[in-house]
Design a protein around this ligand. Sequence first.
Ligand code: CA
Length: 235
Amino acid sequence: MNTPGEGHSVLLAEDDDSSRLATKLFLQRAGYKVGETQDGPATLREAALGHYELLLLDLGLPGLDGEEVLARLRDNGAMPVIVLTGRAEEPERVHILDMGADDYMVKPFSLPELEARIRAVLRRGRQVPQSARIEVAGLTVDRRAHRVYLNSDAVELTPKEFDLLAFLASSPGHAFSREELLEHVWGSTQEWQDPATVTEHVRRLRLKLEVDPANPRWLHTVRGVGYRFEDEQAG
Ligand code: CA
């Protein structure tokens, strides 16, 4: 019988012994290879070895906290990260995604749900197109380089802002609901994440891309539906 983990290797950074042990045993039974660290510096050293496909990162780590670990990882690579946090407030969750985490789990979390999210993140990693460049009237989305240019000026986007823009721009003229965007861009197949996350990311994208964010050229709100990327020049 196939196990969901299929031998995928994950690094589990958690200083709480009982939580780390329970998570490790659950994932091992599901077929994952699990490495463990208990502080920030050790996590960075292990992650740098390149043996792991994904990092489960407790935010409250001794030595170097999880936020700093995530920031340093993001400076030198694209290893997927699921943050484990006790902080459940909306601004904190948006902040975690902005820092470049692929997903997060609020403690106490369900282990089967964590496992499902690990699968979703690994699946997304495999689906990234090898080379795709979208160019529409001054806006360039380079998926291979993970870069966006506006009239040849580079635009700094967070990883999720980039994923959202790239997804919408791949289907110009097509309206997507926030739930569909959560599913396709965040990999959330149940109501795991707040649709307000999408609203907030669209708002930030408009601030970064639109000449007049209140009157968008690219990212349109479709009343009662969600959002649509427009490639035709209006009027
Ligand atoms: Ca901790």
